[in-house]
Design a protein around this ligand. Structure first.
Ligand SMILES: Nc1nc2c(ncn2[C@@H]2O[C@H](COP(=O)(O)OP(=O)(O)OP(=O)(O)O)[C@@H](O)[C@H]2O)c(=O)[nH]1
Length: 463
C-alpha cells in the first residue's frame, strides 16, 4: 500500500513574551499610583512588604523622609487621581508641575518627600535629621526605581511560510510586474506588446514554452483591447498554475518494501543535508522509523552535520570514515536499515557539480549498488535545487536525471533572493514532481509544494 506522504507543519504560538523577574518592580498602573498618592493617614494599610512585587515602588525605593517617618508625621496631601494613560504617561505626570498646584493636584512624590523633609526640619532639631532631603528633580526627570525595569522585548511575529515564499519571490515578482505595468500603460494589446511581454517572461526564467502559453492566453482574451498590468498578472498566474499543478505531488512511500530508500543528490550547497534533516523530522514526527546515512564521505563537517540532524530528529545514523567509498557506505546502510527494520533510509551524498564526470560516476555506482540489494532501490532520488541559482538549475536537472535517475525535486532557499521562475521551466520541460519547497534554515521550514501558491507568489498576487 503506497502511503501518500504530506505532512504540513503548523507553526507554534507566538514567541513567549519575557516576564520581568519576580523581584523587578513592574510598571505602575493608575490604581497603584493613586494608592501611592493617597493621604498619609491611609498609607499605613498599604502593602509595604519589601518582597511584595506589587508594592508601590515609590514606598520601597524612595528611602526618603516620607519612607522613614511614621505615617502620622507625614502631612496628608489631598491629591488628584493621576490622569489615565500608559505607565510612562503616569510617570511623566508625576514630574513637578511648574505653576503652583490648584485645589487638587498630582503632587510629585519627590516633592512630597521634600515637603515632608521641610516640615520635619521645622519640627525636629537639625542634629536629629538623619536623612538628607531628596533633591527635587527638574521637569523631565524622575527618581529611578531601585531595580531597573526590564522592558519585555517582543520579537516581531514570525512570517508564515507563504509570506516567506512571497518575500523570497519578491524580486522575481516585483521585477516582472513592474515591467509588465510599464509595458501596458495605455496601450492596446497588439503583436508588438505581445512580443515584448514574451521577452519579459523568458528573462524571468519562466521558459519559452510557458511564456508562449501566457501570451497566447492573453491574446485570445484581450487582443485589440486595453490591457492592465493586473489583467496580465492574473492570466500569468493562471497559466503558471496549469503548468505546475501536474508536478505538485505528495512523495509516495511504499512501506511494503522496507526500507524505502531516498537518495538525495545535488550540487554543492543546495541544501541536501539540511533538507534531509527536515524530511527526517517530518517522517519521525509521523511515527516512522528513520535512518540517515552520511554518504558525503568527502567532508568531515558534512558527516557531523548529518549526525546532528539525526540526533535532533530521533533518527538512527550510519556513517563511515572520511574518504571511504560512498557506494560501500550506501550498501552497509541498506543492510543496517533492513536489519533494524527502518521504515525509511535517507542517504546523503557529496555535493558535486554536474560537470564533474568522476563525481557523477560515483553517483552512478551508488545507484547500481543499491539496485543489487533491491531492484527498485533507490525508490526515490531527490534532487535539491537552490532557488537562487536561476537558469543553471535546468542543466543540473538534466545531468543528475540522466546519471542518478532523479525522480523528484525539492527547491530550497525560496525565502532568499529566489529566482523561482526556473522551476516553472523545469516543470514544463521535465514534468518531474516537485515535492517540497525550502523556506528557511529551520527544521520546520519545509513545505509541501503548492502550485497555485507558487504561481500567485511569482505573479505578485496576494494569497
Ligand atoms: N535560507 C535558507 N537556507 C537554506 C535552506 N536550505 C538550506 N539552507 C542553507 O544552505 C546552506 C547549505 O545547506 P546544506 O544542507 O549544507 O547543503 P548541502 O547541499 O548539503 O551542501 P554540501 O554538503 O556542500 O553539498 C546551509 O547554510 C543551510 O542552512 C532554505 O530553504 N533557506
Amino acid at each position: 500500500m503506497a502511503l501518500s506522504f504530506i505532512k504540513r507543519v503548523f507553526t507554534f504560538g507566538p514567541p513567549p513574551v519575557e516576564e520581568p523577574a519576580p523581584d523587578v518592580v513592574k510598571p505602575k498602573d493608575s490604581a497603584e499610583i493613586q494608592q501611592e498618592l493617597e493621604p498619609a493617614s491611609r498609607q499605613e494599610d498599604l502593602p509595604v512588604s519589601p518582597v511584595d512585587p506589587v508594592a508601590p515602588a515609590e514606598i520601597e525605593t524612595a528611602g526618603g523622609p516620607a519612607a522613614d517617618l511614621p505615617a502620622e508625621n507625614v502631612e496628608p496631601e489631598a491629591v488628584e487621581a493621576p490622569p489615565q494613560g500608559e505607565a510612562e504617561e503616569e510617570a511623566a505626570a508625576l514630574v513637578p508641575a511648574a505653576e503652583p498646584p490648584s485645589e487638587i493636584e498630582v503632587v510629585p512624590l519627590s516633592l512630597l518627600e521634600a515637603e515632608a523633609a521641610a516640615d520635619e526640619a521645622e519640627t525636629t532639631p537639625a542634629e536629629a535629621t538623619a536623612v538628607p532631603a531628596e533633591p527635587v528633580l527638574p521637569k523631565g526627570f524622575a527618581t529611578a526605581p531601585e531595580q531597573p525595569e526590564t522592558v519585555a522585548v517582543v520579537p516581531p511575529p514570525a512570517l508564515n511560510w507563504f509570506q516567506r515564499l512571497r518575500a523570497g519571490l519578491a524580486r522575481t515578482s516585483s521585477q516582472l510586474t513592474g515591467q509588465i505595468t510599464a509595458l501596458f500603460t495605455k496601450r492596446k494589446l497588439d503583436e508588438e506588446t505581445l512580443e515584448e511581454l514574451e521577452d519579459l517572461l523568458i528573462q524571468a526564467d519562466l521558459g519559452v514554452e510557458t511564456a508562449m502559453r501566457i501570451t497566447g492566453a492573453l491574446s485570445s482574451e484581450r487582443y485589440g483591447n486595453d490591457v492592465s498590468g493586473d489583467d496580465v498578472s492574473r492570466i500569468m498566474s493562471a497559466e503558471i498554475t496549469k503548468v505546475l499543478t501536474p508536478v505538485a505531488k505528495p512523495l509516495q512511500l511504499d512501506l511494503n518494501h522496507k526500507p524505502h530508500v531516498i537518495l538525495v543528490v545535488g550540487v554543492n550547497g543546495t541544501g541536501k543535508t539540511t533538507t534531509i534533516g527536515k524530511l527526517a523530522a517530518k517522517l519521525s514526527g509521523a511515527g516512522l522509523k528513520v535512518m540517515l546515512a552520511a554518504g558525503d564521505t568527502f567532508r568531515a563537517a558534512a558527516i557531523e552535520q548529518l549526525k546532528i540532524w539525526a540526533d535532533r530528529t530521533n533518527s538512527e545514523f550510519i556513517g563511515t570514515k572520511l574518504g571511504a567509498d560512498a557506494a560501500g557506505l550506501a550498501y552497509d546502510a541498506y543492510e543496517q536499515a533492513r536489519a533494524r527494520k527502518s521504515d525509511v533510509l535517507i542517504i546523503d551524498t557529496a555535493g558535486r557539480l554536474q560537470n564533474r564526470t568522476e563525481l557523477m560516476a560515483e553517483l552512478e555506482k551508488i545507484v547500481r549498488v543499491l539496485g543489487k540489494l533491491d531492484p527498485d532501490a533507490p525508490h526515490t532520488v531527490l534532487q535539491t535545487l537552490d532557488a537562487t541559482t536561476g537558469q543553471n538549475a535546468m542543466q543540473q536537472v538534466e545531468i543528475f536525471r540522466n546519471v542518478a535517475g532523479v525522480n523528484g525535486l525539492i527547491m530550497t532557499k525560496l525565502d532568499g533572493t529566489a529566482r523561482g521562475g526556473i522551476l516553472v521551466a523545469i516543470a514544463a520541460k521535465h514534468k518531474l514532481p516537485v515535492y517540497f519547497i525550502g523556506v528557511g534554515e529551520g527544521v520546520d521550514d519545509l513545505e509541501p509544494f503548492e502550485a497555485q501558491d507558487f504561481a500567485h507568489a511569482i505573479a505578485g498576487l496576494t494569497h
